[in-house]
Design a protein around this ligand. Structure first.
Ligand code: ADP
Ligand code: MG
Length: 263
């Protein structure tokens, strides 16, 4: 081995051991650049460290996004506020900054089907991921099914501990399917543990007075609402379904006027 090669082998060994993959990949190229630019040693080291940090942040962001398990990624860019004028756009934009997460506050989207609740909830959760928060998206029925399974496997405690590591949990679509007694109790436990610890975003088609219908128990519903709504931002969407409107528009374009089924 030539004398020039040995330090490189050792250096690469140390860089691997120190888990600095970007420095490992870039140090040769950067040394060249700094040599031609006559940059000093400190500048060389600084530039390498900057790249390592930037790459590390990028990798962490990708991991967070994957771990959040969004069904589809949606952002505010693709949301047409004019199509849903009932939505408080100013509040939505404020929430996008994510300070509610630092304050452990919750967000509730309430409105009919197709009014953009899931879209907006995902947009908030995606923004939270981007600002470095740990996020997990669930449909309420998906979460309850998982809770029942974990209980069956005697892994419920472990599951709660995992959930408690999150900064933000989305509970999408409360209200379409009523729960069993056990399901409602398990959901209550999640909301209860999240209180002042983890922010929740809930989307629902049900006004509060109807929550008992899906949760089945008046006392439990009261206790759940008490915790959930203690610090909450509510966004109401009471317009027409975006999906329905789009479908009608497509129909109108395709169907000759005489056949139009428009009422
Ligand atoms: P909800 O959860 O209230 O039932 P969704 O958020 O699932 O409604 O919206 C249904 C579909 O319509 C989604 O594909 C969503 O992206 C789209 N959508 C709803 N409202 C809007 C809007 N105002 N601008 C753009 N897309 C919208
Ligand atoms: Mg939805």
């Amino acid at each position: 081995m030539t004398s020039g090669k040995k330090p490189a082998v050792l250096l690469e060994h140390y860089l691997k051991q120190l888990k600095l993959p970007t420095v490992l990949r870039e140090y040769g190229k950067m040394a060249e650049i700094c040599r031609t630019e006559r940059a000093d040693y400190q500048t060389f080291l600084l530039r390498l460290c900057e790249r390592e940090v930037a790459d590390r942040e990028q990798r962490a962001a990708e991991r967070r996004l994957k771990a959040a398990k969004f069904p589809v990624v949606k952002t505010l860019d693709t949301f047409d506020f004019k199509a849903q004028p009932s939505i408080n756009q100013a509040l939505m934009r404020e929430l996008l900054r994510g300070e509610y997460i630092d304050k452990r506050e919750n967000v509730l989207f309430v409105g009919n089907s197709g009014t953009g609740k899931t879209h907006l909830a995902t947009a908030l959760a995606f923004a939270a991921c981007r600002r470095g928060n740990r996020v997990r998206f669930y449909t309420v029925t998906g979460l309850v099914t998982e809770l029942l399974e974990r209980r069956e496997e005697r892994q419920l405690k472990r599951f709660h501990r995992q959930l408690e590591k999150m900064h933000l949990v989305v509970l999408d679509e409360l209200g379409y399917v009523p729960f069993s007694k056990a399901g409602a109790e398990l959901l209550f436990e999640v909301v209860s543990r999240a209180y002042e610890r983890t922010s929740l975003i809930v989307t629902t088609n049900l006004p509060f007075e109807n929550w008992t219908e899906v949760l089945g128990n008046e006392r439990l519903t009261g206790a759940l609402l008490d915790r959930l709504t203690h610090r909450i931002h509510i966004i109401e969407a009471n317009g027409e379904s975006y999906r329905l409107k789009e479908a009608k528009r497509r129909l109108k374009r395709k169907t000759p006027p005489s056949l139009s089924a428009e009422k």
